[in-house]
Ligand binder design. Structure first.
Ligand SMILES: O=c1[nH]cnc2c1ncn2[C@@H]1O[C@H](CO)[C@@H](O)[C@H]1O
Ligand SMILES: [Zn+2]
Length: 356
């Protein structure tokens, strides 16, 4: 078997469930927007700034990793900036061969210059629409769904959950909580999750990244999460002989999707290296594994790069890459018939060609 090359992986259709809008800006755009508002940056060239983000995020701690977002969030405080960043995000993902993406951001972090929550959401949705339309015209169609994130240390989750329901027919497909995990358990936001369940809405929860099994257990058994953001520490419930504890068995039996983000986990210390990343074990045990970027800027990565790293580390071929892609598409928050159409009309025919 010849290993898929980076260029071939770029051309293959990919599905991405876990990508932060404020973690994926183009360095040149940050420089441009910062100059316009007088925000001071740690580097003066796009190359230098890109390198700064990767190095600063490479700290081995989630808390320190998250500090780098101060610079991206600072330049995303006006309608024009939000439209631009969202448009470029859709274009960049499409150019990388991503055909379906769920991109998340926290509306409450974009109110510093007077926007209100609904204006923030509408700006981002408009940007994604523009970007997707341009991508389609360029021959690289992409469908972008938006997830609204609430910050777990703050107290606005109910408001953000309501906002996600308000915009569910306008491009918002779900809800999430993010931010420092240790000390901020998912049950702090139980009222928001219970509200969303009553509304028949979808949500994922960042859990099992910087904190272990109790966080995953709460996310699923108390809060009712449809998917786990990261969830990588579910391996703490798998013994050396590969026997599963009750929580790991539940996650696998119920086919709860794991939004795994290999490079991000290495940077925050959740995994020692790509080669030692639990994705190898979790795939072998056939958990519902998906591959994600988390923050393209902070990891200097892309969907194609994450897959290429896995090909290199684990010897994966097209059948594994297709499996990750179909897993992600099956786990998406858009309606079943639309997921099926992307799997049958776009993903499977392309991989069949690559494998022939
Ligand atoms: O891997 C992560 N774990 C937890 N929180 C994160 C991660 N990546 C980004 N954010 C947080 O989510 C916010 C909204 O997009 C970002 O501003 C960042 O603080
Ligand atoms: Zn994340």
């Amino acid at each position: 078997m010849v290993a898929p090359t980076y260029d071939e992986i770029r051309r293959a259709p990919k599905a991405l469930l876990h990508d932060h809008l404020d973690g994926g800006l183009r360095p040149a755009t940050i420089l441009d927007l910062a100059a316009g508002i007088g925000h001071e940056l740690p580097a003066a060239t796009p190359e230098g700034l890109g390198e700064w983000f990767v190095a600063a995020a490479d700290s081995g701690s989630l808390e320190r990793y998250l500090e780098t977002f101060a610079h991206t969030v600072a330049v995303m405080q006006t309608r024009e900036a939000l439209v631009r960043v969202a448009r470029e995000c859709a274009l960049d993902l499409a150019a990388d061969g991503v055909v379906y993406a769920e991109v998340r951001f926290a509306p409450e972090q974009h109110l510093a210059q007077g926007l209100v929550l609904t204006e923030v959401v509408e700006a981002v949705l408009d940007g994604f629409r523009e970007g997707a339309a341009e991508a389609a015209a360029a021959g690289t169609p992409i469908r972008v769904g938006t997830l609204l994130t609430a910050m777990r240390h703050a107290a606005r989750s109910m408001e953000i959950a309501e906002l996600s329901v308000q915009y569910r027919d306008a491009g918002v497909v779900g809800f999430d909580i993010a931010g420092a995990e240790a000390g901020y358990p998912p049950t702090r936001h139980l009222d928001a999750f219970e509200y969303l369940q009553r509304e028949n809405s979808h949500f994922t929860i960042h859990a099992g990244e910087a904190f272990g099994l109790p966080s995953i257990w709460q996310a699923i058994q108390w809060c009712g999460a449809d998917r786990l953001g990261h969830g990588v520490r579910i391996v703490d419930d798998i013994a050396a002989d590969n026997s599963l504890g009750r929580l790991a068995a539940y996650v696998r039996d119920k086919r709860i999707p794991l939004e795994l983000c290999p490079s991000s986990n290495v940077q925050t210390g959740a995994a020692a290296s790509i080669r030692e990343h639990p994705i190898g074990l979790l795939r072998d045990l056939r958990f519902r594994v998906t591959v994600n970027t988390d923050n393209r800027l902070m990891s200097g990565t892309s969907m194609s790069r994450e897959m290429a790293l896995l090909v290199e580390a684990f010897g994966y071929g097209w059948s594994e890459l297709q499996w990750f892609t179909v897993n992600a598409m099956k786990s998406a928050f858009i309606p079943f018939d639309e997921r099926l159409a992307l799997i049958n009309d776009v993903i499977k025919p392309a991989y069949a060609k690559l494998m022939s």
